[in-house]
Design a protein around this ligand. Structure first.
Ligand SMILES: Nc1ncnc2c1ncn2[C@@H]1O[C@H](COP(=O)(O)OP(=O)(O)OP(=O)(O)O)[C@@H](O)[C@H]1O
Length: 243
């Protein structure tokens, strides 16, 4: 499988604090990859580096066969790398439809925004019902759907989803995860971070566990490890439960 994204030996941090310590990973075409790990171990920082929202100290990132160094986040979006950040903020005074349209135009797809909106409404039927509602008045789950919908309007080939179910009730989380399954069918590749390990493993093909800014375990999401082993890795031990 050819790579859509390749990250090699990436280091990054904030001031003196080192967060990523020579991390490497790849995402293939038509593949969903989950990033797992405890809070604060560098998952979001890695994705912010991939989108050029944060500058890496060293290492390389290539997207669709091209080195991304020095490229603006906007240029990456126009090339198909679209990041829906954690707790992404919408424009509260815009209706759902206006927000979706804005996303299409700011990513260079204004001429085809109607097709894009049809696609988004087929993935998120609830957004269609809410199309004339101000985004500032949406529920938490609907807001997440609108954020993901805005991501889709940018016509991604790689869609990065950082904690899309954060703060949602189990029922709404379930509803959103069904939408993410449909999102997968619409885009080539996905990177998913979520605090819910089961959800990440259910929705992805491969996973990486990130601890202290590096990948400590990788595998197929459908069972190369038991979920207890995975949890043990999360807690900083080894896969057989030793610490
Ligand atoms: N803008 C920032 N300035 C300083 N330190 C930061 C900044 N953003 C993140 N950090 C620190 O970098 C480390 C890694 O954070 P990061 O958000 O990448 O982890 P994470 O694995 O995504 O965690 P979570 O699952 O809680 O989102 C943490 O110690 C965090 O406090």
């Amino acid at each position: 499988m050819s790579d859509l994204l390749t990250v090699e030996n990436l280091t990054a941090g904030y001031g003196q604090a080192k967060v990523l310590r020579g991390i490497s990973l790849r995402v293939g075409q038509h593949e969903a990859v989950g990033l797992l790990g405890p809070n604060g171990h560098g998952k979001t920082t890695l994705l912010r580096c991939v989108s050029n929202l944060h500058r890496a100290a060293s290492g390389t990132i290539a997207f669709a066969g091209r080195d991304t160094r020095g490229e603006s986040p906007g240029s990456l979006v126009r090339r198909g790398l679209v990041h829906v950040p954690q707790g992404s903020r919408l424009f509260p005074q815009l209706t759902v439809e206006e927000a979706l349209r804005l996303s299409a135009s700011s990513s260079g797809h204004s001429s085809t925004w109607r097709d894009g909106i049809d696609q988004v409404f087929s993935v998120f039927p609830k957004l269609k019902e809410r199309r004339r509602q101000l985004t500032g008045t949406l529920s938490g789950g609907e807001r997440q759907m609108a954020s993901l919908g805005m991501g889709l309007m940018a016509r991604p080939t790689l869609l990065i989803l950082d904690e899309p179910t954060l703060g949602l009730s189990p029922k709404v989380k379930h509803e959103l995860s069904e939408c993410i399954v449909r999102v997968r069918a619409e885009v080539s590749s996905v990177i998913l971070i979520d605090g819910d390990m089961d959800l990440v493993l259910d929705l992805t093909d491969r996973y990486h566990v990130i601890l202290h800014g590096d990948v400590v375990d990788s595998g197929a999401s459908d069972g190369s490890r038991s979920r207890d082993e995975m949890m043990s890795l999360f807690l900083g031990g080894t896969a057989d439960g030793r610490h």
